[in-house]
Design a protein around this ligand. Structure first.
Ligand code: PRP
Ligand code: URA
Length: 210
C-alpha cells in the first residue's frame, strides 16, 4: 500500500492507455492518444485547484457568484522530453497556466538522471505546481526535478504520470512525502534495465518517433 498515491481507474483512460501500451501503435496515433489521455487526466489532476468567488451578471440580468482561478496562475512543469506529450494536452484544459521545463535524461548505463536544462516562471512559492512526466520508473528524474523546484521556492506540488513502477512510487514518497502522485496505472516492476514492465516502452522515443 503506497502513501500519497491515486491510481485513476476510468474506462476511457484505460482504453487509451491500452493503445499507448500496444507496440503496434504508430507514432501519429501514439501522439494523439497521449494528448487525449492528458486532457482526461486534467480532471483528477486539478481537483485541488484553488478558486475564488467572483460576481458576474448572466444574460438574464441576474447577478451571480461564480468560481474563478484564485491568486497566481498555476504552474505546469514538464520533465523533458516525454513530459511535453502530457503538457500538450493539459495546456488546452488550463490556458491560464504558466509553464516550466526541467530537462532530465537517464544515463543509459546507470539509469541515473542527468539534468541538462531548467526554465521556470518566477514566484514559484506562490503557485500550485503540477509536474508531469508519463513515466515514473526508478523515480530519479521526478525526485531531482522536484528537489530543484523546491530550491526555487515551490511548496504546493503534485506529480502526475501515466505509468508508475512500485519502486518509483516508493522512492518518490520517501524523498518528497509532501507530494501527491496521480497515475493511470501502477505496473508490476522494473526490469534489469530499469524499464517499467509491462510498461509502454520509451515514452519519449515513441512520442517523437526517434
Ligand atoms: C524517461 C521518462 C522519465 C524517466 C523516468 O525519460 O520520460 O523522465 O525516463 O525514469 P526514472 O523514473 O527512472 O528517472 P528519459 O530519460 O528516457 O528521457 P526522454 O524523455 O528525453 O526520452
Ligand atoms: N523511461 C521510459 O520512457 N520508459 C520506462 O519504462 C522507463 C523509463
Amino acid at each position: 500500500m503506497h502513501k500519497n498515491l491515486t491510481v485513476i481507474n476510468h474506462p476511457l483512460i484505460n482504453v487509451k492507455l491500452g493503445i499507448l501500451r500496444n507496440k503496434e501503435t504508430p507514432t501519429w496515433n501514439y501522439r494523439l492518444t497521449m494528448q487525449d489521455v492528458a486532457r482526461l487526466m486534467a480532471y483528477p489532476l486539478f481537483l485541488n485547484l484553488k478558486t475564488e468567488m467572483h460576481n458576474i451578471e448572466t444574460p438574464l440580468h441576474e447577478e451571480m457568484r461564480v468560481p474563478y482561478y484564485a491568486g497566481y496562475a498555476p504552474c505546469l512543469v514538464s520533465i523533458l522530453r516525454a513530459g511535453n506529450g502530457f503538457l500538450d494536452g493539459l495546456i488546452d484544459m488550463i490556458p491560464r497556466a504558466s509553464v516550466g521545463f526541467v530537462g532530465m535524461e537517464r544515463d543509459h548505463e546507470t539509469a541515473e538522471p542527468i539534468a541538462y536544462y531548467c526554465k521556470l516562471p518566477s514566484d514559484m512559492s506562490q503557485r500550485q505546481v503540477y509536474v508531469v512526466d508519463p513515466m515514473l520508473a526508478t523515480g530519479g528524474s521526478a525526485i531531482d526535478s522536484i528537489t530543484k523546484l523546491k530550491e526555487e521556492g515551490a511548496k504546493d506540488i503534485t506529480f502526475m504520470c501515466l505509468v508508475a513502477a512500485p519502486e518509483g512510487v516508493e522512492a518518490l514518497n520517501k524523498a518528497h512525502p509532501d507530494v501527491n502522485i496521480i497515475t493511470a496505472a501502477l505496473d508490476r516492476e522494473l526490469n534489469s534495465n530499469k524499464y517499467i514492465c509491462p510498461g509502454l516502452g520509451d515514452a519519449g522515443d515513441r512520442y517523437y518517433g526517434t
